[in-house]
Ligand binder design. Sequence first.
Ligand SMILES: CCCCC/C=C\C/C=C\C/C=C\C/C=C\CCCC(=O)SCCNC(=O)CCNC(=O)[C@H](O)C(C)(C)COP(=O)(O)OP(=O)(O)OC[C@H]1O[C@@H](n2cnc3c(N)ncnc32)[C@H](O)[C@@H]1OP(=O)(O)O
Length: 177
Amino acid sequence: MGVKHELELPANLEPMTRHPKVPGPGEPMRVHHSMCFGCGLDAPVGLRLNVTAGEDFCVTATMPVVDWMQGGPGVIHGGILSAAFDEVMGNASILIGVPVVTVNLEIDYAKPIPLGSTLRFTAEVLGKSGRKVYVRSQAYLDGFEAPVAAAYGIFVEINLRKHFEGYKEGAVKAPQG
Ligand SMILES: CCCCC/C=C\C/C=C\C/C=C\C/C=C\CCCC(=O)SCCNC(=O)CCNC(=O)[C@H](O)C(C)(C)COP(=O)(O)OP(=O)(O)OC[C@H]1O[C@@H](n2cnc3c(N)ncnc32)[C@H](O)[C@@H]1OP(=O)(O)O
């Protein structure tokens, strides 16, 4: 059956603009936290996703599927793929200049994804309505024309400082030096 979901979008989507300070098409997106599981380079375990800004409200990313990502024998764990989608879609939402967190994530897994392969992701912000940002992402593998997996996410705008107030004391710090 493959990728089958479509995200139901509200009728009252608002016009969006790309934030003037985000990286231009072809440039790398900034790591939003060096200890982030999705993109941080100091995180002891993580995806270290390299996300690239695209045109309009789009980003792309690639992810080598390495041994520790295994779920079933020889294939990626579905939760790892879901985390990758979350990170790529979160990065897409940065293009509209709004700090967000994920509130809803739906994944279609269409094909097993072998260890040793490289996944290519695309993601785009489909629209914004109030504090909600709607994002879609697709993952591709060489040898397949159609996406091997796809995701829809709803992200909600937050006040960054207030949202993490009370949690920061427990934050894991990057190693010094
Ligand atoms: C952990 C990683 C954090 C990374 C983010 C850091 C910085 C953010 C900056 C920029 C983004 C950068 C990069 C992002 C990269 C990676 C992405 C990873 C993101 C994550 O991995 S992040 C971890 C998982 N995430 C959470 O930890 C959220 C837990 N959650 C909450 O903290 C609350 O839930 C909150 C504050 C979000 C909202 O709470 P609230 O009280 O302020 O507002 P309220 O409940 O009214 O919701 C407002 C409107 O959202 C609708 N809504 C709510 N929930 C919904 C659902 N499930 N489905 C459909 N719609 C939903 C309501 O229906 C209403 O809609 P309406 O306005 O139309 O009524």
